[in-house]
Design a protein. Structure first.
Length: 197
């Protein structure tokens, strides 16, 4: 852990599913490789396995269903209110499958990161692995970026590349890319904690 830090970076992690990137971050913190503390994990889905990962790591877990709100703006206001209770230094989107309102993004400007399974600015949006294959690319990867109002469009912090082989399919590419995501997401958070971005 860096000696120049007074206290660990306070993280709130937003998830919708399995939480494998959440687990990678937890593991790095537990190994003293990341000067951070996850103060809450929030999911919009009750059955997200990432909530179980948080529970096992003794991290407070919260479920806030978007189905309980009339529109995106109302949900985002409730989510913002919940997040702000934890006074985070950085918000981490780790498979949070919601498009966020402009007001929400603005509230956390330069304090919210996402990881996207492509080499941005290429292949924004969904189904990136299949789209890379369909385009005949020989290189693929992932990008950690700051979140802005435009989808998958914020400034890129770190990227990692993987080779696309002729026998690859969407599933094999996903496995390769996930491995790199788990490596570079904690690294990007560490850079933020150490004021290296």
């Amino acid at each position: 852990m860096s000696s120049n830090l007074v206290s660990p970076l306070r993280l709130v992690v937003l998830i919708s599913g399995n939480g494998s990137n959440l687990q990678a971050i937890i593991d790095e913190i537990n190994s003293n490789n990341l000067p951070a503390e996850i103060v809450a994990v929030i999911s919009n889905k009750a059955d997200a396995y990432g909530l179980e990962r948080a529970k096992k790591a003794n991290i407070p877990q919260h479920f806030l269903s978007h189905l309980d709100y009339d529109d995106r703006k109302q949900y985002d206001l409730a989510l913002q209110s919940l997040i702000d209770q934890f006074k985070p230094d950085l918000i981490i989107l780790a498979g949070f499958m919601r498009i966020l309102s402009d007001e929400f993004v603005e509230h956390y400007s330069h304090k919210m990161m996402n990881i996207h399974p492509s080499l941005l600015p290429k292949y924004k949006g969904l189904n990136t692995h299949q789209r890379v294959l369909d385009a005949g690319e020989n290189e693929h990867g992932c990008s950690v970026h700051f979140v802005t109002a435009a989808l998958d469009d914020g400034p890129v912090i770190l990227q990692a590349t993987v080779a696309v082989n002729e026998n690859d399919n969407a599933e094999t590419l996903a496995v390769k890319v996930h491995k790199q995501e788990h490596r570079i997401y904690p690294q990007a958070i560490r850079m933020f904690a150490e004021n290296k971005i």
